[in-house]
Design a protein around this ligand. Sequence first.
Ligand code: NAD
Length: 293
Amino acid sequence: MADIGFIGLGNMGGPMAKNLVQAGHGVKGFDVGAAAIETARANGVEIVGSAAEAKGPVVFTMLPAGEHVRDVYLGDDGIIAAADPATLFIDSSTIDVGTCREVHAAARAAGHSMLDAPVSGGVAGADGGTLTFMVGGDQADFAKASPLFEIMGRTVVLAGGPGNGQAAKVCNNMILGISMIAVAEAFSLAEKLGLEAQSLFDISSKASGSCWAMLNHNPVPGLVETSAANRDYKPGFAAAMMHKDMKLSQAAAAQVGAATPLGAQAAALYTLFVNAGNSDVDYSGIIKMIKGE
Ligand code: NAD
């Protein structure tokens, strides 16, 4: 099978590239970090000397933020300029919609194609090949990339044109961030009212207050097996990641003039939580701040 380029071999990109190798693809990988390179090499990735050399008909990027994506793609020594003709670029980083659409346009202007394909599912999902891909771009490019997404993920959805994968990711995570705070407030109020957390859970989980955060990541220990609260709020989904996604939602809202007052409030609460030294705590740990602990 033809080589696939893979730039950004960190916590997510490393295991994603490993799964492509295990499925029989040759992967030419690049990262600026020595540890990421060593792990990827041990997993069968052919390490090349620069992002521009990580070539193939399809090139994935999995980078920390928009500024890294801009650096790697754009400019005279960027991968758009260096790529073979008609390369399909797939950016799986979580970045702002504006940068994403700008890079899409630059790729198209140079005769290439591009999909934005941010993921959810975390490091465990990347490792186990069970990620969810939210994809923005053309139907034909999506069809071409789908067999690769299916190696690395379990759920793959085309959300519309360029940038719509990022839009879906940011909207989904804004719901999650807000609803976690709502659940944390309700369970804190219940405690003060003398209502057992188990009783509220038994009622609300089957009533109109139910939501994904309550059922899967409940911030009160002992209610839900999958909850980080049972492991002293060890992530899971780190507060720093939720903070990043909430800030992206607010940047997107400002850019298009959308009113997201609860999103703004939730973003401010995660800023307080992270600034108090909780970057590496699971985002559900925000219940401690709400309870004043
Ligand atoms: P990470 O920091 O572990 O990996 C990013 C990698 O990119 C690092 O190894 C870094 O050295 C490399 N890098 C940075 N600049 C580079 C450059 N110019 N050229 C080549 N490599 C470069 O981050 P991660 O946890 O793998 O996350 C990657 C993306 O996935 C982020 O956008 C994140 O928001 C998103 N994401 C992460 C998770 C998660 O649970 N970790 C879940 C969903 C989405």
